[in-house]
Design a protein around this ligand. Structure first.
Ligand SMILES: Cc1ncc(COP(=O)(O)O)c(C=O)c1O
Length: 442
């Protein structure tokens, strides 16, 4: 490639980046696994730490030049411990998947057996079987068994799961590791009774709080470390509105093994600018997180109610739709017939959501490409200051697309107009810059 062509591609990259930022300013983003971070988190992410290495633990580094990095990482760990009321925190994992794999590496051997939720019932690919290329099965070599699931309650079926654990044990199939948590679980999971059985057999228990970490940190959902989990892994960019990354908190007696699972087992470079940004978001959450989390949940419940009133089949209605940031909606009976069509149509109207497999989809011959459901989350729009009235308005926009089959262009314009009033991040110390402002430093 000629240097003029390289220059043109280089310019094109920045033009696309700017377009993305402009588009984000006009969209309603309801992706449950995403969020928007504060200008402070953004500032921390563009520092020189991103050019450095600091392998190991503060005070035990394999690299020189880390004196300030060490202090920031220690602050990050201390703030994380305070937020999660934990003895031990490790902010080094560079993603939720690698946080999970670090703990699996620390506490299992290939061939061990793990119990978790299957993907159609909300489980994540990092806990899936070898055949599905799941991290636990394919990378760590674990044999996977599933929790029994109650489709009406949208939760783990405690009695049936305990019966399954005991039946498996009688057949010599002992469960060594329990992975609670999931990618879609609107209601707190029932840990204590299952943990009691698991502990009786000497199993290790981790809670994957990738989605709900912000809610847990602010005591707004459930509290896995007090409900029997040995450790908790999570992403730092979902209900916790930080940089993309991972984190682990645990009881003290597991600290040494977890540290080694993170380094040297699973990480070398641990993306130090993200460590700085994680420290910032933990401070923000300690100061503003309670109000933020409560509003996320209130907004999710209001959105659920408003969508139901607009004719959508929102699951979990008998339990108030959700106790977290997430809503699950069956769309197979709408004019658009499947989650993918709904996702595409809404995107062209500036509303960004995910299609989602429902627990019963396989029985109806549906798959992940054209599932029967969609998943919505309220973390990002709540961060922009939206409340009850805006949730009602969003439900109306969705009805115009999915049921009224209105021209997407006219809804897209209305959505962009609606978004003009919501350009700042809330629940943060410093919010001088707009949430999606394109900041040029070249
Ligand atoms: C339950 C669960 N675990 C792990 C992950 C992976 O997290 P990350 O994308 O940070 O690797 C996700 C991502 O959505 C998730 O939902």
């Amino acid at each position: 490639m000629k240097s003029s062509e390289a220059r043109s591609a280089y310019n094109q990259i920045f033009s696309l980046l700017e377009k993305h930022h402009s588009w984000m300013q006009e969209t309603i983003n309801l992706i449950a696994s995403e969020n928007v971070h504060s200008p402070a988190v953004r500032e921390a992410m563009q520092i020189d730490f991103s050019d450095r290495y600091a392998e190991g633990w503060p005070g035990e580094r394999v690299y020189a030049g880390t004196k300030y990095i060490d202090e920031v990482e220690i602050l990050g760990n201390d703030l994380t411990k305070a937020l999660f009321r934990a003895d031990f925190a490790d902010v080094r994992p560079i993603s939720g998947v690698l946080a999970n794999l670090s703990v699996l590496t620390a506490f299992t051997e290939p061939g061990d057996r793990m119990m978790c939720l299957s993907i159609p019932t909300g489980g994540h690919i990092s806990s899936a079987r070898h055949r599905l290329w799941g991290t636990a099965g394919r990378v760590r070599g674990l044999k996977i068994q599933y929790f029994k699931y109650d489709e009406h309650e949208l939760n783990i079926d405690v009695d049936a799961t305990i019966r399954r654990i005991e039946r498996l044990r009688k057949k010599g199939k002992h469960i060594d590791f329990f992975m609670f948590g999931a990618s879609v679980f609107p209601f707190p999971q029932p840990l204590p009774e299952i943990v009691e059985v698991a502990k009786g057999y000497g199993a290790y228990v981790n809670f994957d709080a990738a989605h709900v970490a912000g809610l847990i940190g602010t005591n707004s959902f459930q509290d896995p470390l007090r409900e029997g989990a040995d450790s908790m892994t999570f992403s730092t960019h979902k209900t916790l509105p930080g940089p993309q990354g991972g984190c682990i908190v645990a009881h003290d007696q597991f600290a040494d093994r977890i540290k080694r699972g993170v380094f040297p087992a699973m990480h070398s470079n641990h993306h130090l600018h993200h460590v700085a940004a994680k420290a910032v978001v933990m401070a923000e959450m300690l100061a503003f997180g309670k109000d933020y989390s409560q509003q996320i949940i209130k907004n999710a419940q209001t959105l659920g109610q408003s969508l139901a009133e607009e004719g959508f089949k929102v699951l979990g209605e008998h339990k108030g739709f959700t106790k977290s940031h997430v809503l699950l909606i069956e769309v197979a009976d709408t004019p658009l017939r499947n989650g993918r069509a709904v996702e595409e149509k809404l995107e062209s109207a500036n509303i960004i959501i995910n299609r989602n497999l429902l627990p019963w989809d396989k029985r109806f011959g549906r798959d992940y490409i054209r599932p029967g459901g969609i998943r919505l989350g309220t973390s990002e729009m709540t961060r922009l200051g939206m409340k009850k009235d805006e949730m009602t308005q969003i439900a109306e926009f969705m009805r115009r697309i999915v049921f009224d089959q209105e021209e997407t262009q006219s809804v897209a314009q209305d959505v962009a107009q609606f978004r003009t009033k919501f350009q700042k991040v809330h629940y943060a110390f410093d919010t001088a810059r707009d949430a999606y402002e394109y900041i040029k430093i070249r």
